[in-house]
Design a protein around this ligand. Structure first.
Ligand SMILES: [Zn+2]
Length: 200
């Protein structure tokens, strides 16, 4: 029997975390207003099956699962179930992860970004991917507006807010503390994300 594991994801960085089926994962925003991008890859075939935001929207017919509902792979298999949402939300499943092109566009070359942080985290696990799936953007405040806009507004997440997920299979998670510091996304400053994994 192993105890809970705690991982701190430093500001503007990312980490891969292996979890087993039945593990409970708590993703915590200690300082508040910090978006966490979440990816999940099937541990037995990470290059072939991963959490798909579009399949999750399809399966749940929602912009984001309700507590008790799951996130699905593109094979429509449950990957993670949302057990608890101790945050005001909202969360986003429409946006891609930030990448260097986004920062280039606003004159910030060589800027940390979630896509590169994902690729680096996977490389440490000896995994390379041919493309970057869209992440689940926890605590990101970009709900669609009635006029069709999906403006990214400052996160309203308070310090210590979290979501709790259950792994439905053995998964390689990658979580990034989003690197956006030029836009109000993360409240104007980038802070760390804490992850706690409690075995079944
Ligand atoms: Zn980001």
């Amino acid at each position: 029997m192993t105890g809970p594991r705690r991982v701190t994801i430093a500001p503007q960085s990312g980490q891969a975390i292996r979890v087993k089926r039945g593990d409970m994962i708590r993703i915590i925003d200690p300082k508040g207003q910090q978006v966490a991008d979440l990816w999940a890859f099937a541990l037995d075939r990470p290059k072939l099956e991963w959490l798909s935001t579009s399949q999750t929207r399809n399966a749940t017919e929602r912009l984001f699962p309700l507590v008790g509902e799951s996130f699905y792979s593109m094979k429509a298999e449950p990957m993670l179930t949302l057990i608890e949402d101790a945050s005001p939300g909202p969360h986003d499943m429409l946006y891609p992860a930030c990448d260097q092109a986004l920062y280039d566009h606003v004159g910030l070359p060589n800027h940390p970004n979630c896509q590169d942080n994902l690729i680096t985290a996977l490389a440490r696990e000896n995994i390379s991917i041919d493309f970057v799936p869209d992440p689940v953007d926890l605590f990101q405040n970009s709900l669609p507006q009635p006029n069709g806009r999906i403006d990214v507004l400052p996160s309203i997440n308070p310090p210590g807010a979290y979501v709790r997920l259950k792994a439905e299979r053995d998964i390689l998670l990658v979580i990034t503390a989003c690197a956006v510091d030029f836009h109000p996304t993360n409240g104007g400053r980038c802070t760390e994300i804490e992850v706690e994994v409690v075995p079944e």
